[in-house]
Design a protein around this ligand. Structure first.
Ligand code: EPU
Length: 420
């Protein structure tokens, strides 16, 4: 298993091109199962998660070709069963449920487990499928669904932690081929949901309201192949901007949609950094002393939970007391114990972290626990004195395309070594 060594104290500067969005690419790849015709997707990031999804599609019978960032999927015939072996490695594999149900009228998919960021139930996905007329059973670790024909319905997918992103995606992918009109209230409005809706509409679906809390989907008989460019990854962009804030002299992210990261750039502005934006780039630079923040994670357009860990890394050395509240995954704080080992002063009270900024962090051996936590430890290591040795970096490879190389190009001293 690889380790990443970050030699702290080397300032970053320069410009980095952002890859296609992981969280757009995954459901969009699943959506290619909805048609027999080929779909061509550009800017598909080369990540272990997207590679798992391609393996799942191949297992289900699709032909897949990959040439650098362009992926072509042709799902002329589709199997309706995805067993544990195939889906267990990635929670997002759950988003084949909707397309399989719509295309095959039945689906058996092994249930994803919880993960380190929390319990991660899929009750709202299943509620939506039932609302469209599917019989749903959970048995022997599998979700089994069957329908004689999906029918449009009025559904509310808002749960106690707010809207569900993949739940909205999943039910939308089933509803596009249902008979009649489906209304999804309490829908997620994340840019990745909009990207999926745009892709489905290019395939011939009739979806209105993407990007709002109310989706209206008029079912169609069939979908056709199409081409699509995956949107830039707003979380990768946010991570590089926070890296620039942690120890940069001017870091620019290009191929971004600035509006998608405005919650992050607003937070950085409030923390005292200078932000400059063009149509498709954002630059962060220091602007005098930085300030402590009060932040709470919210569904889009609020501050994203997927940026909470990285922000903790920045605030751990910002003078004053910062208060972070995690509203989406209230237990998503595994990175804090590792940051404390590097010298951070942090106290957790329920879903809230109180961060007392310290002057310095010190490099230490730390363990990555999930994707964003790993990125946060890399960021903490950039400023720390000495060497931060991060193990279990396969978490990083799930969701960041060449993170170490890209940071290296900005001036970070970072190396990947084989661990025993
Ligand atoms: N929830 C339920 N029931 C459900 C589904 C969700 O109670 O049926 C709860 C969750 O437990 C959570 C909240 O609703 O408290 C929101 O979860 P959501 O369903 O929106 O999460 P997700 O769709 O499974 C996606 C991203 C996550 C990101 C969240 C929130 C993908 C592949 N994953 O997960 O990304 O944190 O939305 O924005 O799109 C990551 O990239 O590191 C990552 C974890």
């Amino acid at each position: 298993m690889d380790k990443i060594l970050v030699h702290g104290g080397h300032p970053l500067s320069g410009s980095i091109k952002i890859s296609g969005s992981k969280n757009s690419a995954l459901p969009i790849l699943a959506a290619t199962l909805l048609t027999k015709e080929p779909c061509v997707l550009r800017h598909v990031p080369d990540l272990s998660d997207t590679n798992y999804m391609l393996q799942i599609l191949m297992h289900l019978g699709a032909e897949v070709e990959r040439a650098s960032g362009t992926v072509t999927v042709k799902a002329e015939k589709v199997e309706s069963t995805a067993p544990y072996d195939v889906v267990r490695r990635m929670r997002a594999s759950v988003c084949v449920l909707g397309p399989l149900l719509a295309r095959c009228k039945e689906a058996t998919v092994s249930l994803p487990g919880g993960c380190v960021i929390g319990d991660r139930p899929i009750d709202l996905h299943l509620l939506g499928f039932e609302g469209l007329g599917a019989a749903v059973r959970v048995e022997a670790g599998n979700v089994r669904m069957f329908t004689t024909g999906l029918k449009g319905a009025v559904l509310n997918l808002r749960g106690k932690f707010g809207p569900t992103v993949l739940g909205t995606d999943n039910v939308m992918m089933a509803a596009v081929l249902a008979e009649g009109t489906t209304v999804i209230e309490g829908a997620a409005a994340e840019p990745e949901v909009v990207d999926l809706a745009n892709f489905l509409n290019k395939m011939g679906a009739k979806i209105e309201g993407a990007g709002t809390r109310r989706l209206i989907i008029e079912g169609v008989k069939e979908l056709h192949g199409t081409e699509h460019d995956i949107i830039p990854d707003r979380i990768e962009a946010g991570t590089f901007l926070v890296a620039g804030a942690v120890c940069g002299h001017g870091v620019t992210v290009t191929r971004v949609v600035p509006e998608h990261i405005s919650a992050v750039t607003d937070a950085l502005t409030e923390a005292g950094f200078k932000i400059e934006t063009t149509e498709n780039s954002v630059t962060v630079s220091p602007n005098g002393a930085s300030k402590a923040l009060e932040l709470s994670t919210q569904p889009y357009p609020g501050f994203p939970t997927d940026m909470q860990a990285q922000m903790c890394a920045l605030l751990s050395t910002t003078e004053g007391i910062s208060v972070i509240t995690e509203n989406i995954f209230p237990q998503r704080y595994m990175h804090l114990a590792e940051m404390k080992r590097m010298g951070a002063h942090i106290q957790i009270e329920g879903p809230t972290a109180l961060i007392q900024g310290v002057e310095k962090l010190y490099g230490a051996p730390v363990m990555a626990s999930d994707l964003r936590a790993s990125a946060a430890l890399v960021l903490a290591g950039l400023k720390a004195e000495g060497i931060t040795e991060i193990s279990r970096v396969y978490h990083i490879d799930r969701g960041y395309e060449h993170l170490d190389e890209k940071l290296g190009a900005l001036g970070a001293h970072i190396e990947r070594v084989k661990a025993d």
